[in-house]
Design a protein around this ligand. Sequence first.
Ligand code: PRP
Length: 207
Amino acid sequence: MLNIALPKGRLGDQVLSLFSKIGFDCGGIYDGDRRLVLESPENGVRYLLVKPSDVAIYVEYGAADIGVVGKDILLDGSPDVYELLDLNIGKCRICVAGPEDYVEDRESVLRVATKFTKVAQNYYNAKNREIEIIKLNGSIELAPILGLTDVIVDIVESGRTLKENHLKVLETVCPISARLIANRASYLFKNDVITSITEKLREVLPQ
Ligand code: PRP
């Protein structure tokens, strides 16, 4: 059995649809129910539905052989895994955002709310800008609204969350998309099947 860690939620649905396009269909065994393990013995795969930010942990420790994870998680966590393929889905960007009327005070330490602490620190280190990071786990946009921080470093997809909270993009840090990753030992010992899946996925990726 090849264990495949998939992110639960919207991205997971897109990934399941990609896998069914290459013949690893689990449409018949999954209807959005609460199961966390979906087995497809005829295809020799077992899908593990995990929290998106945990996919790389399952793969790094070998509980899953391969997985699909956002580049944001890879950049911020630097897990010890192979990155095999850009799946060209789950596209968004990490941005610096702030209030619509924001004017930066370059004399003071910039206060930044984010869940991507490493990405934010690296970004501002490269700019030689002193910052204080306040790590939040969600609803990051609240921080500048309440005056907790000056700006946020967060994912922007449609831009709707920023707009509806009177915030705007100030700078783009980097583009993000979903990546196929593999456990290092699995890549060695299950190379045939992992390479075959990678190549088949490459052929059906959205442009
Ligand atoms: C993410 C991100 C933004 C939002 C961006 O939040 O942190 O809040 O999506 O999407 P948009 O540009 O299309 O509005 P998520 O839904 O993951 O929830 P979170 O607040 O728990 O991070």
